[in-house]
Write a protein that binds this ligand. Structure first.
Ligand SMILES: Cc1ncc(COP(=O)(O)O)c(C=O)c1O
Length: 433
């Protein structure tokens, strides 16, 4: 992957990057500039054009090992033949149905698969379009089921930026603050073990207090803090959260948008932790890159939707292309045993990375399955490393509440030696500083 001397971004990326800055909402160019180092060229983005397997190619023909995989959504890798064939066949058959009025055959099939996915296998599902949309549906489900409107969320949590989940965004208060008057005021935040040094005991005590302070519809929790830096809470913590939640008469909404469907080495991380959530949110990898997500709940939790004239839907919710993509993803995960593969490859990769990255700037290598966090000594080091890694042919993004963690979410088809190549390249970047 390495191509010493090549100028990254190349000329076509630079030209398109300029064009982008002129026509896109300025938030993104502002963020790029804010993150750049001393050299303004550090802010210029590459512009992507093609992908195959674990490789992405930009408009200048530069190739990258894709360790971000569409923020974790490209579970099967780019252009997987089974997903491609299913999508082509669906394009030839039916692109748009009539959502919640007249379902398509593939929508019925997908709902059946999702309903069976939660512990007990007897759930019901609501199809949505993004992770934030799935969490919004989950929050509404909890309010309808309990008649309450309070929520408890966690420090470092990221559930998407639509107004419902934004109120529960513990990742960055600055994402919430300009919109505070529009957001649910009944959201309490508790510490998340491992985020800003919090312990499980402190987290649980804060949860106890938050549940006592407000009538709570649901506790909304990521089983691993994804965007918060791939922070894995200690075993038993999620089960303790579930127990306190039930005692308070609230629902447990587990946001598996990132962790679910094999990403963390299990179909559902919560189930692997011995926890049966009332509501599970799925997204990202569900469509393998197509925009589809789901709120899957027990029948009891869904029962609140059975009375009154209330629905959660949208024009493209449950549209045939997304449903077909999701069916192909679920089938391929099973056929190619990618969930088990993610668990094994991820475990081996973390061992190898820990060994290789014995460097003073590396604070931690952690994660589960193929969500891997490499925490560096500062956000500056991490951002510098992403730019340098790009030049060496590795595409990685940063995460964590302080931005110091390189967050790897490669396709579940990634090879161990590709991840080892990343480790060698990162070490070379750190040593060259
Ligand atoms: C755990 C979790 N929930 C929800 C979301 C929001 O998903 P989307 O960006 O598709 O709205 C994300 C996105 O990163 C996430 O990590």
């Amino acid at each position: 992957m390495s191509r010493d001397g090549a100028s990254i971004p190349g000329p076509r990326s630079l030209a398109l990057g300029d064009e982008l800055a002129g026509v896109e909402c300025p938030a993104f160019a502002r963020r790029r500039t804010g993150r750049s180092g001393a050299d303004a060229a550090d802010a210029a983005p590459i512009v992507l054009q093609r992908g195959a397997g674990t490789t992405l190619v930009d408009v200048d023909g530069h190739r990258y090992l894709d360790l971000a995989a569409g923020f974790g959504s490209v579970l099967l890798g780019h252009d997987h033949p089974k997903l491609r064939a299913a999508l082509h066949a669906q394009v030839d058959t039916l692109v748009q149905g009539l959502g919640d009025v007249y379902a398509s055959d593939v929508k019925v099939a997908l709902l059946g698969e999702l309903a069976a996915l939660i512990p007990g296998g007897d759930g019901q599902a609501l199809l949505t379009q993004s992770g934030a949309d799935a969490v919004t549906a989950a929050m509404k489900t909890a309010s309808l089921a309990t008649g309450r409107h309070g929520f408890v969320a966690f420090d470092g949590a990221y559930h998407g930026l639509a107004h419902g989940p934004l109120a529960a965004c513990g990742f960055k208060a600055s994402f919430r603050e300009p919109f505070a008057p529009q957001l649910n005021r009944h959201v309490g935040f508790c510490a998340y073990p491992g985020v800003r040094g919090a312990t499980a005991a402190v987290s649980l005590e804060q949860l106890r207090q938050a549940l006592a302070a407000t009538p709570t519809a649901a506790v909304l929790v990521e089983p691993i803090a994804g965007r918060g830096g791939c922070v894995v809470p200690p075993p038993g913590w999620l089960a303790a959260v579930a127990a306190l939640t039930r005692e308070a008469g609230a629902l447990l909404v587990v946001d598996e948008v990132w962790t679910g469907l094999g990403r963390s080495g299990s179909w559902l991380r919560s189930e692997a932790e011995g926890v049966a959530a009332d509501v599970v949110c799925l997204g990202k990898g569900l469509g393998g890159g197509m925009p589809i997500s789901a709120c899957v709940a027990s029948r009891a939790a869904m029962a609140g939707w059975s009375s009154g004239e209330v629905i959660h839907t949208s024009t493209h919710a449950g549209a045939p292309l997304g449903c077909t993509a999701a069916l192909a993803v679920l089938a391929t995960l099973r056929e190619e045993r990618l969930v088990e593969r993610a668990r094994a490859v991820g475990e081996d990769a973390r061992v190898a990375l820990r060994e290789r990255l014995a460097h003073p700037s590396v604070r931690d290598v952690r994660g589960a399955g193929l969500m891997i966090g490499v925490e560096l000594d500062s956000a500056r080091t991490a951002l510098g490393a992403t730019r340098e890694l790009l030049r060496r042919g590795y595409l990685v993004v940063t995460g964590g509440v302080d931005g110091a963690t390189l967050t790897l979410t490669p396709p579940l088809t990634v090879e161990l030696d590709e991840l080892d190549g990343f480790g060698a390249a990162l070490l070379a970047c750190l040593e060259a500083r």
